[in-house]
Design a protein around this ligand. Structure first.
Ligand code: PEP
Ligand code: MG
Length: 761
C-alpha cells in the first residue's frame, strides 16, 4: 500500500501541468481502488464553485465546465464539512444534486474526501460505484491518505498558474500574490525581466569526435572567456563591496582554476566525447553529488557549479550572454536560481528588486542584496517565473511577497510606501546627529547590527552609536575555509576602527542551526536544537581561541571591543568561555599589544537563559537579548519554516512576558541590557522594549533612522502606557492591533514603514 501511494505521488509530482497531474490522479486512483468512477473537483477561487476538473468514468467532455455551487450537492457537502462523506445510496441523501451531462445517474455509492492544504479546502476527490455498497474503512483511509499527500502538489500547480491555463478565457486576475522569504528589505515596483541560465546543460547529448585537439582548445578558450566574464562582474560590483565580500567571486574563479574539474573534463574529451558533452557529464556528476547533501550550504555550491557549467557551455556555443543590453529601463530581476555572478552582469541602477524562486535568506545573492540595499524576495517557490517576462510586478522585501499583475489600487498603495520611504529617507538624514531621546528626555542608545564590511559605512551614515552585534559568521560564510588568525585580525579591525571610539560588540562564531559554513558542514536531524553557537566553538578550541585572539589583537590601541557569546544555555559555558578569553588576553598582552581586557557579555536567546539571568549577570558585563531565537525557542516555531511562519511572532504574549522578566531579574544587577534581534528594529517593538527598560537597541542600518524618528516623537510616559495596555492581552494579534491603534493616536504611525516584525531575517 505504501509503495502504491509513493508511486502515485511521485508520478503526480513529476507531471508537467495541473491537468496532467489531475489526470494521473483520477486514472491511478480508479485503478488502485477498482472503482468505476474517480473524479476531482477543485474550488474556483473567485466563485467558490466546485468545478469538475478531471474524471475517469463520468463524461470527461464536461470536465472544466460542469460545476456545483458552494452549497450544491454532495461534493460541496464534503468541502463545507472538510470531512469525508461515504454513502451506500447517494441518491437518497438530501444533499444529492445531479450534475447534468456527467452521466453520474448510474452510480449509487459515493465516497468523497476533501483535499486540504494549509487549512484551506482546495477541492474534493470522489470515487463512485454502480452497485449499492458502502466503501469500506480501508478504502476510505487510502483515499484520505492519498488526498493529504497530493494536496501540496495540487496547491503548487494551482499557484503556479496552471489552473488559469485550463480555462482559456481566463486572464490572470490582478494582484496575484506569491509568498517567499524576505531576503532584503524594501519595496520595488517595475516590470519583470526574467533571466535564464545562459545555456541548458541538461539537454546536451554526447557526441563522438575525432579531432580531440580542436575540442580541447575550444574548451580551454571557453574557460578563459568565463574567467574574464566573472572578473568583469566582480569588478563591476567592486565599488560596493569590500575585499571580503568579493571573495564570493573568488570562490567562482577558484572553482574554474581548480585543476581537478578542468582535468576531469579534459579526460572525458580525450575519451572521445565532444567538449559540450564532456562538460555536461562532469558537471552533472558533481551537482548530483552536492544536491544529495542535506546541508543547504553545500547545496548552494551545486548552484554555483551549475551556473559555471552553463557559462562555459554558452561560450562553447558562441553565444555569450549579454544581459546588460536587455535592461533599458530599471526592472525587477526574476529567475529560477539567481546567482551572485548574474547580479554582477547587470548595471546596478537598473535593478529595482530581485526575486529568486530557489534559495533562502542565506544564499549569496541575498547576502549581497542586503549589503547593497536591493529589495529581494527569495524562495518564491510557487512563482510561475517563466510566464512573467515584462509583466508588471511589485516586490515587498519586508514581508517576502511578490505581486504580479497588480491593480492600480495596489500599485498606488505600494507606490505610497516607496514615496514615503523616500521622503522619510530625507527626513531621517536630518536626524543623523540628533540623539535618540524621547520628548520627555529619556535617552536610548541605538546601535547597529553588522556582518559585511559594507554595513559599516551605511551605519555611520545613519548615525549609529556603536555596533551592538557584529555577526562574525558572515565573513566566515563568504570564504572557502576558516580565515586564519591574521586574516581575522584584518576583518575585525575594519569594524573596530570604523566605529572607534564607539563600542563594537563582536559575537563569537554562531554557526549551526540555519547558519552553516560550506567547509564545515553540520548535518543533524534537529539543527536548531543541536550543535550550534557556543556549543560548537567550545568543542573546537582552535577555532574559538583563534577568534578571540584575533578580536583582542584587532582592538590594539582602540579599546572599544566587547565580546558576545551566542546560544548560552548554562552557566558552565560562560565560565569556560570567560577563562579562555582571560587566557587569550593575558597572552596577547604579554606579546606587547596595547590592549585592555574586553567586556564580555552573553546572548539571552534560549529560554533557559531567561530563567538564569541573575546567575549569568554575576559573571558577565552585559547581556543582549536575541529576540529572533528567543521567539523561535519559546514558541517552538522554526524561524525559517514558511509552513509555520504565521505562528512566528515576537509580539506573542509569552515572548513579551519573557522580555519583561529579563529586565525585572536584571534590575538590581550592575549590568547593561540590550536587544539585538529584529524586534529592536521594528518601531512597535522598540517602543515596547524601551518601556520595559532596555537601554540599548541594536538593529540593521536600514531600520535605525525609523526607530529614532519614532522614539523622538513620543514620551517615555506614553510608551509606558502602551506597554501597560498590551502586556496583559491574551493574543498576539490583539497586541499588534492595540499597538497600531495607540501609535495612530500618538501620531507616530506616519513615521513607520511597513513592519517586518514577524520575520526573523
Ligand atoms: C537573535 O537570535 O535574535 C540574534 C540577534 O541572533 P541571530 O539572528 O544571528 O541568530
Ligand atoms: Mg540568535
Amino acid at each position: 500500500m505504501l509503495g502504491l501511494l509513493r508511486r502515485i505521488t511521485q508520478e503526480v509530482t513529476a507531471a508537467q501541468s495541473l491537468p496532467a497531474a489531475l489526470d494521473i490522479i483520477v486514472r491511478r486512483v480508479r485503478r488502485a481502488m477498482r472503482a468505476e468512477v474517480c473524479s476531482i473537483y477543485l474550488v474556483d477561487p473567485n466563485s467558490q464553485d466546485y468545478i469538475l476538473m478531471a474524471t475517469r468514468g463520468l463524461n470527461s467532455e464536461v470536465a472544466g465546465q460542469a460545476s456545483l455551487k458552494p452549497d450544491e450537492g454532495l461534493v460541496s457537502l464534503v468541502g463545507r464539512r472538510a470531512e469525508p462523506v461515504n454513502l451506500e445510496d447517494a441518491h437518497s441523501h438530501p444533499s444529492f444534486h445531479y450534475l447534468k451531462g456527467t452521466g453520474e445517474e448510474r452510480y449509487q455509492s459515493f465516497l468523497g474526501v476533501p483535499i486540504i492544504h494549509h487549512r484551506q479546502v482546495l477541492g474534493v476527490l470522489v470515487v463512485q460505484h454502480e452497485e449499492k455498497r458502502r466503501f469500506d474503512e480501508g478504502e476510505e483511509a487510502f483515499l484520505i491518505t492519498l488526498s493529504a499527500q497530493l494536496a501540496g502538489v495540487i496547491a503548487h500547480a494551482e499557484a503556479t498558474g496552471a489552473m488559469t491555463s485550463l480555462n482559456s478565457n481566463a486572464k490572470p486576475e490582478g494582484d496575484l500574490r506569491y509568498k517567499g522569504i524576505a531576503g532584503s528589505s524594501g519595496v520595488g515596483i517595475a516590470k519583470a525581466i526574467v533571466i535564464y541560465p545562459p545555456a541548458d546543460l541538461n539537454v546536451i547529448p554526447d557526441r563522438k569526435v575525432t579531432d580531440v585537439e580542436a575540442e580541447l582548445s575550444a574548451f580551454n578558450a571557453a574557460l578563459l572567456a568565463v574567467r574574464k566574464d566573472i572578473k568583469k562582474a566582480g569588478n563591476r560590483l567592486s565599488k560596493h563591496l569590500s575585499s571580503d565580500e568579493k571573495a564570493l567571486f573568488d570562490v567562482y574563479l577558484k572553482m574554474l582554476d581548480d585543476n581537478a574539474l578542468a582535468y576531469e573534463i579534459e579526460q572525458k574529451i580525450r575519451g572521445g566525447n565532444w567538449a559540450q558533452g564532456a562538460l555536461r557529464e562532469v558537471v552533472q556528476f558533481h551537482v548530483s553529488h552536492f544536491d544529495r547533501m542535506d546541508d543547504p550550504y553545500i547545496r548552494e555550491r551545486a548552484s554555483d557549479l551549475r551556473d559555471l557549467g552553463r557559462r562555459i557551455l554558452s561560450h562553447l556555443q558562441e553565444n555569450a550572454p549579454n544581459l546588460a543590453q536587455r535592461f533599458s529601463e530599471p526592472a525587477i530581476i526574476v529567475g529560477e536560481e539567481l546567482t551572485a555572478s548574474m547580479l554582477g552582469e547587470i548595471p546596478l541602477d537598473k535593478i529595482k528588486g530581485l526575486v529568486s524562486v530557489m534559495g533562502s535568506g542565506n544564499s549569496h545573492v541575498a547576502i549581497l542584496a542586503r549589503a547593497m540595499g536591493i529589495p529581494t524576495v527569495m524562495g518564491a517557490l510557487d512563482l510561475p517565473y517563466n510566464q512573467l517576462e515584462n509583466v508588471d510586478m511589485i516586490i515587498d522585501g519586508y514581508q517576502g511577497q511578490v505581486f504580479t499583475y497588480p491593480s492600480e489600487t495596489l500599485i498606488e498603495s505600494f507606490q505610497q510606501i516607496v514615496d514615503e520611504e523616500k521622503a522619510l529617507e530625507e527626513e531621517y538624514l536630518t536626524l543623523k546627529d540628533l540623539p535618540c531621546e524621547t520628548c520627555d528626555g529619556h535617552r536610548l542608545s541605538l546601535f547597529v547590527n553588522t556582518g559585511l564590511s559594507a554595513d559599516i559605512w551605511r551605519s555611520l551614515d545613519r548615525g549609529a552609536e556603536g555596533i551592538g552585534l557584529y555577526r562574525t559568521e558572515v565573513p566566515f560564510m563568504v570564504r572557502e575555509r576558516f580565515p586564519t588568525e591574521a586574516e581575522q585580525v584584518a576583518i575585525y579591525r575594519q569594524q573596530l576602527e570604523g566605529f572607534a571610539p564607539a563600542p563594537v560588540t563582536v559575537r563569537t562564531l554562531d554557526v549551526g542551526g540555519d547558519k552553516a559554513l560550506p567547509y564545515f558542514p553540520i548535518v543533524e536531524e534537529n539543527p536548531f536544537l543541536g550543535w550550534r553557537g557556543i556549543r560548537v566553538t567550545l568543542d573546537h578550541l582552535e577555532i574559538f581561541m583563534a577568534q578571540i585572539r584575533a578580536m583582542i589583537k584587532a582592538s590594539d590601541g582602540l579599546h572599544n571591543l566587547k565580546i558576545l557569546l551566542p546560544m548560552i544555555s548554562n552557566v558552565a559555558e560562560v565560565e569556560d568561555a570567560l577563562a579562555l578569553v582571560r587566557r587569550a588576553y593575558a597572552e596577547i598582552k604579554e606579546e606587547g599589544y596595547d590592549v585592555r581586557m574586553p567586556e564580555v557579555g552573553v546572548m539571552i536567546e534560549v529560554p533557559a537563559a531567561v530563567y538564569q539571568v541573575k546567575q549569568l549577570a554575576s559573571l558577565v558585563d552585559f547581556m543582549s537579548v536575541g529576540s529572533n531565537d528567543l521567539t523561535q525557542y519559546l514558541l517552538a516555531v522554526d524561524r525559517n519554516n514558511p509552513r509555520v511562519a504565521d505562528l512566528y511572532n515576537c509580539f506573542h504574549p509569552a515572548v513579551l512576558r519573557a522580555l519583561l522578566n529579563i529586565v525585572i531579574e536584571a534590575q538590581h544587577e550592575a549590568i547593561s541590557l540590550s536587544v539585538c534581534g529584529e524586534m529592536a528594529g521594528d518601531p512597535m517593538g522598540a517602543i515596547l522594549l524601551m518601556a520595559m527598560g532596555y537601554d540599548i537597541l541594536s538593529m540593521s542600518a536600514t531600520s535605525l533612522p525609523k526607530v529614532k524618528a519614532v522614539i523622538r516623537n513620543i514620551t517615555e510616559e506614553q510608551a509606558q502606557l502602551m506597554l501597560e495596555q498590551v502586556i496583559g492581552l491574551a493574543h498576539a494579534d490583539a497586541v499588534v492591533q492595540t499597538m497600531n491603534r495607540l501609535m495612530r493616536e500618538a501620531n507616530i504611525e506616519r513615521l513607520v514603514r511597513p513592519s517586518k516584525s514577524k520575520s526573523s531575517k
